[in-house]
Design a protein around this ligand. Sequence first.
Ligand SMILES: Cc1cc2nc3c(=O)[nH]c(=O)nc-3n(C[C@H](O)[C@H](O)[C@H](O)COP(=O)(O)OP(=O)(O)OC[C@H]3O[C@@H](n4cnc5c(N)ncnc54)[C@H](O)[C@@H]3O)c2cc1C
Length: 463
Amino acid sequence: MADSFDIIVIGSGPAGYVCAIRAAQLGMKVACVEKRATLGGTCLNIGCIPSKALLQSSENFHETLHSWKDHGIVVEGVKLDLDRMQDRKGEVVTANVKGVEFLFNKNKIAWLKGSGRIVAPGKVDVGGTIYDAKHIVIATGSESVPLPGVAVDEDRIVTSTGALELDEVPGHLVVVGGGVIGLELGSVWRRLGAKVTVVEFLDRILPGMDNEVAKTFQRVLTKQGFAFKLSTKVTAATKDDTGVSLTLEAVKGGGAETLRADVVLVAIGRRAYTEHLGLAEAGVETDARGRVKTDAHFATNIAGIYAIGDVIAGPMLAHKAEDEGVALAEILAGQAGHVNYAAIPGIVYTWPEVASVGETEETLKEAGIAYVVGKFPFTANGRARAMGMTDGFVKILADKTSDKLLGAHIVGPDAGALIAEIVTAIEFGASAEDVARICHAHPTLSEAVKEAALAAEGRAIHI
Ligand SMILES: Cc1cc2nc3c(=O)[nH]c(=O)nc-3n(C[C@H](O)[C@H](O)[C@H](O)COP(=O)(O)OP(=O)(O)OC[C@H]3O[C@@H](n4cnc5c(N)ncnc54)[C@H](O)[C@@H]3O)c2cc1C
């Protein structure tokens, strides 16, 4: 007879593997079903980790070529060894996925290899064997949204997965979609020498992020050599021996134009992945966008079946998925697991980075909430000057009456690390004044956060 478990988690991405580990820590007998050859999901295999490895390597290459001479460092004969760069990325991925396997062994979590299908509440089929569980957790993640008229072959027309695997630098990379993934991977190939054009349906990049930040970021990327075609849609793609011809149309109408590309990256978003999971047969409800519907405690409409991560509503981010994994395991153990969705940071790991948490000016205006803005530019920060990285600013939004922090948006060096302070402050219900009165070491980039908090009260020192 097949094993039975307290919890079977389907999917070993950040939602699934973290839920499995936390549940095992809490004394439950846990299995995790994963059909990929390695653990870690999209994030570790084809997402966060390989993209950050290539972002780091390409940044190093670009810096060596373009920035060091300004510091008085002359390096001649700099060459790109793309094979080594890709191998290194593979090594980083392997170390991470093996790390999850180690943690599974350490926590005595059974890895059920294969595709999991829910055959009934409490029963999961993996490769023809039915396993029993008190609780089933759906953590099957997401996949790229296809673009009608543009057939992906992961060679010349690629998703993010193919864009991480290119074995030569494309002459011209056209990125369809001006969101986080498109801009990160566009940056990788731009730094390595490609001409990069971003085609975006909306009239702005980074939809959902603060508008002023997005505009500044677009200016910075344009300085770096990116070209943008906003309010433009791609309606068709034709491949030939030497590349791809894309048909572009202005969203507002008008004639079509053709854009030639060596490689096209389709990055128009991701959607919940629930194929072959047996949801309909099990009676598990999904919403209009195919996401598994859950209540505030991650429970679906069927007793004993839960869902977390990219497959449910909310930002498609690894740390959101992880926190949901922990919260659900704790709920199932009878504890009070909880995720504060008002304090989930979002980061674009380009250079400069873009980081954001909480409300934007746009969402506050829409909600009719009176707020104050405190802004501080990196041009006025001593450390940023010393680094030669003065593009961007910190912007803090606080409630006009109570001064409570409502959001923060940063474009600038190390924005992803800097935002953590504001996330912590929001989590603790702090005011802008609280942040302004905290002692920040000098000279650090974090002083720009303090100054922005001071600016919210009209008393920044260095501007
Ligand atoms: C290029 C790229 C870069 C990204 N960068 C970042 C970043 O820097 N920071 C960030 O926060 N987020 C990033 N993301 C998003 C992040 O990867 C996702 O939010 C995260 O992986 C979601 O975790 P998850 O566990 O919900 O799903 P996933 O990581 O997608 O994992 C789901 C797993 O379930 C498995 N599975 C699916 N169905 C079944 C089944 N029936 N049986 C068995 N196994 C199944 C899949 O094989 C997969 O391994 C990036 C994504 C991409 C594509």
